[in-house]
Write a protein of this length. Structure first.
Length: 243
C-alpha cells in the first residue's frame, strides 16, 4: 500500500513539474519592419500551432529546447530553438525574408487598328498625283519614273519581316518544379549547414540522394512544410550512415 501511495505521489509531482515548466511565449513576426498576418507558428516539439494576427503578434505554449517553425507561403520559413532566455524575455521578434518573385510568361498579342477611310479631299489629291505621273504619256517628257515598275521599298519591308519571322523562336514552356528546386526555394540557406550539419560541398549530393527516394515525389505533391522537414531530417540520418 505504501509503495502504491509513493508511486501516485511521484506521478502527480512529475505532472505538476511538467506543467509548470510550460510557459506562454509571446512575440511578433515582421518582414522589413512590416507586421505579417496569418503566419503559421508551429511548436514542432509539442505538436501545437497558432497564427499571427493583423499586428503580427502571436502567443504559444513552449518549454526550453522546443523547436518553433514560422511558415508563410511567400516567405522563407524560419526555425527557432527556444531557450530559457527567450522565455524570460517573453516578447521575441522574428524577422522573415521574402522569397524572390517569379515573373509569369509575357504573352504578345496582335493589335488590329480600325481602318480609316480617306476623305474626298485626300482622294482628289491622290488622283491628281496619279494624273501628273502619267503626263509623260501625253507630253513625251521623261520624268525619271518607271511605269508599272517594282516597289523596292515595299519589297525591302517584306524581306525584313520575313527575316524577323525566321529569327523568332517558339515560346518555351515553364519547366515543372522538381524536388531539388522546391527544397532550395522553401528552405533558408543556413538550414543545411545549421540544422542538418552539412558542409557546403555536401548539399548538392544530399539533394540528389533525397531525390532518388520515391517518397520525394509525394513530398513534392503535398508541399507541406512539416512533411518536408521530417523527410529531410530522416534522409540526413541515412546520408550520414553512408559516409
Amino acid at each position: 500500500m505504501r509503495v502504491k501511495l509513493l508511486t501516485t505521489i511521484s506521478f502527480f509531482t512529475y505532472q505538476l513539474t511538467f506543467s509548470q515548466s510550460e510557459k506562454l511565449l509571446t512575440g511578433k513576426v515582421l518582414s522589413q519592419n512590416i507586421p505579417l498576418n496569418k503566419v503559421e507558428v508551429i511548436n514542432k516539439t509539442a505538436q501545437t500551432s497558432t497564427r499571427t494576427n493583423e499586428l503580427g503578434e502571436f502567443s504559444i505554449l513552449v518549454r526550453p529546447k522546443d523547436s518553433l517553425l514560422f511558415f508563410s507561403k511567400d516567405y522563407f520559413f524560419k526555425r527557432l530553438k527556444i531557450s530559457q532566455e527567450n522565455i524570460d524575455q517573453n516578447d521575441i521578434v522574428v524577422n522573415m525574408i521574402l522569397k524572390p518573385e517569379e515573373l509569369d510568361e509575357v504573352l504578345i498579342t496582335n493589335i488590329k487598328f480600325p481602318h480609316v477611310s480617306s476623305t474626298p479631299q485626300v482622294s482628289d489629291s491622290i488622283a491628281s498625283i496619279k494624273a501628273s505621273s502619267n503626263l509623260s504619256k501625253y507630253t513625251g517628257v521623261y520624268d525619271g519614273t518607271i511605269t508599272n515598275g517594282m516597289n523596292f521599298i515595299a519589297m525591302g519591308e517584306g524581306l525584313i519581316r520575313l527575316f524577323k519571322k525566321e529569327k523568332e523562336k517558339p515560346k518555351k514552356k515553364t519547366p515543372e518544379l522538381d524536388f531539388k528546386t522546391f527544397v532550395e526555394s522553401t528552405c533558408p540557406l543556413d538550414f543545411f549547414t545549421k540544422d542538418l550539419k552539412l558542409n557546403s560541398d555536401q548539399k548538392a549530393l544530399f539533394l540528389e540522394f533525397c531525390t532518388a527516394d520515391p517518397q520525394s515525389e509525394i513530398i513534392l505533391k503535398k508541399k507541406n512544410l512539416l512533411y518536408t522537414m521530417d523527410f529531410l531530417f530522416a534522409k540526413n540520418e541515412e546520408f550520414k550512415k553512408l559516409k
